[in-house]
Design a binder for this molecule. Structure first.
Ligand code: FES
Length: 191
């Protein structure tokens, strides 16, 4: 014999669904989601099949393109995806290639930078051979600005007026952890 939901259980189910929607709406308004990356935050995938999962050093290999990530308040499980200015690029490089400013901010060769171009604020989406030279670099496809993550994401081509903001990292308990807030201004020159 099959159980049929009573009117009472359907009503409770509906109320539970409403409560869940209200809770999700409240979460979207949480100011911690818009707050810039904080010391102690983890990094999680911001896109793809593993969206929302914590990024570990094993997820990154030298020579592979950057992972797009959000910071996450580890203590409160708040992903800081409430502002596009919080998205970062995480990439593993050969530590021997990093300059003296970049090496202290890196964790085993892994570095992180703002994913927002300093020219007009487009997302930096490409990892591609530099227009000048043989290294792969970050590239913004809006107006072709290029940034070298080995040298503090300084501009190596195009109209961008300044480097990408850097996000210092450490490895703690097997996870990538943000060691300090952004160094440098985040966003486009009008932002
Ligand atoms: S917005 Fe990136 S190059 Fe113009």
């Amino acid at each position: 014999m099959h159980d049929h939901p009573t009117r009472r259980s359907v009503v409770f189910g509906t109320l539970a669904a409403c409560a869940s929607v209200a809770s999700a709406a409240a979460d979207d308004d949480d100011p911690r989601k818009e707050k810039r990356p904080q010391k102690g935050d983890l990094l999680v995938f911001s896109e793809g099949e593993r969206e929302g999962q914590t990024i570990t050093p094993n997820d990154l290999k030298i020579g592979e393109p950057p992972i797009h990530a959000w910071p996450k308040d580890a203590a409160n499980a708040i992903v800081r995806d409430g502002s596009r200015l919080n998205e970062v690029l995480v990439i593993r490089l050969d530590p021997r290639e990093l300059d003296e400013d970049t090496l202290p901010r890196a964790a085993d060769g892994i570095v992180a930078y703002s994913a927002i171009c300093s020219h007009a604020g487009c997302p930096v989406t490409a990892w591609i051979k530099a227009t000048e030279g043989n290294d792969d670099v970050f590239k913004c496809m809006c107006h072709n600005s290029e940034y070298d993550p080995r040298r503090g994401a300084q501009v190596v081509f195009g109209p961008a007026p300044r480097r990408l903001a850097a996000l210092p990292l450490v490895i703690r308990d097997g996870a990538l952890v943000i060691a300090a807030p952004f160094i440098g201004k985040v966003g486009g020159q009008q932002g």
